[in-house]
Design a protein around this ligand. Structure first.
Ligand SMILES: NC(=O)c1ccc[n+]([C@@H]2O[C@H](COP(=O)([O-])OP(=O)(O)OC[C@H]3O[C@@H](n4cnc5c(N)ncnc54)[C@H](OP(=O)(O)O)[C@@H]3O)[C@@H](O)[C@H]2O)c1
Length: 248
């Protein structure tokens, strides 16, 4: 498999939303794509079926990125089975929104351990392999909320701001081995993650976006395709904003 497909890509949370669009795009670019998910197996299988229908190749892999031991084990299995990992997209993420005055420790821990610890857990699991390969692309999904803050999202904002610091430090460590580490910072992209927002709040958000519309998962996938290409080999430690101008 590794001989046929130039690059092996792992997309965490690849079963829905942004991760799904990224998985489809990377497969269209010729990568063998491993679609990770936590709960919804049929959604992940559907993504692989869509990849295969379009002439690509992929597989599913179930693990919870917040679980350190399981993540190390499952990623090692992917590396052994497919002969390496060249592209890691740390995309899995959740929200647990509430005002700080009402936020409990569980709300805080759940979001930090999925969004921030998850990035550490997955990146840690691919580091040695990418260093041996002397080539790698790691892209971490941060958020406009990590850059500008948002009431009701102290846990989410902290996790996403943490990802930016992680990205910059990891980029410095891994640059000598031709591994780039970058972050993409989306604004408001219409996916399930925004389901809990009322129509009124959605309308208010759109009014604040200079482009006057939500972004699409494909808007993010296009930037991933660029950052994983050879053309982006001298870009590392960057945060690329894809937000319709809401925060510049
Ligand atoms: N949408 C936006 O407006 C927006 C803006 C800025 C940043 N982002 C970031 O972009 C990323 C993707 O967001 P999205 O809107 O596409 O989210 P989404 O539609 O809610 O999809 C989340 C994905 O993550 C997976 N996932 C959740 N918890 C997981 C865990 N513990 N381990 C492994 N997989 C897990 C889900 O799989 P299961 O269904 O199997 O649980 C699903 O595939 C997130 O990091 C998010 O913070 C999104």
């Amino acid at each position: 498999m590794a001989e046929t497909y130039k690059k092996i890509a792992l997309v965490t949370g690849g079963s829905r939303g942004i991760g799904k669009a990224v998985a489809l795009r990377l497969a269209a670019e010729g990568a063998f794509v491993v679609v990770n998910y936590a709960r919804n197996e049929s959604a992940a299988q559907d993504v692989v079926a869509e990849i295969e229908k379009a002439g690509g190749k992929g597989a599913v892999s179930k693990f919870d990125v917040s679980d350190y031991e399981t993540t190390q084990k499952m990623i090692e299995e992917i590396i052994v089975e497919h002969g390496g990992i060249h592209i890691l997209i740390n995309n899995a993420g959740i929200v647990h929104d509430t005002l700080l005055v009402r936020m409990n420790k569980e709300d805080w821990d759940k979001v930090i351990s999925t969004n921030l610890n998850g990035v550490f857990n997955c990146t840690k699991a691919v580091t040695r392999t990418m260093m041996k390969q002397r080539w790698g692309r790691i892209i971490n999904l941060t958020s406009v909320v990590g850059e500008m803050g948002n009431a009701g999202q102290t846990n989410y904002a902290a996790s996403k701001a943490g990802i930016i610091g992680f990205t910059k430090a990891a980029a410095r460590e891994m640059a000598p081995r031709s591994i780039t580490v970058n972050a993409i910072s989306p604004g408001f992209i219409l996916t399930d993650i925004n389901d809990s927002l009322s129509d009124e709040i959605k309308k208010q958000y759109i009014e604040r976006i200079p482009m006057g519309r939500y972004g699409s998962p494909e808007d993010i996938a296009g930037v991933v395709a660029f950052l994983t290409s050879e053309e982006a080999s001298y870009i590392t430690g960057e945060v690329i904003r894809v937000n319709g101008g809401i925060y510049t």
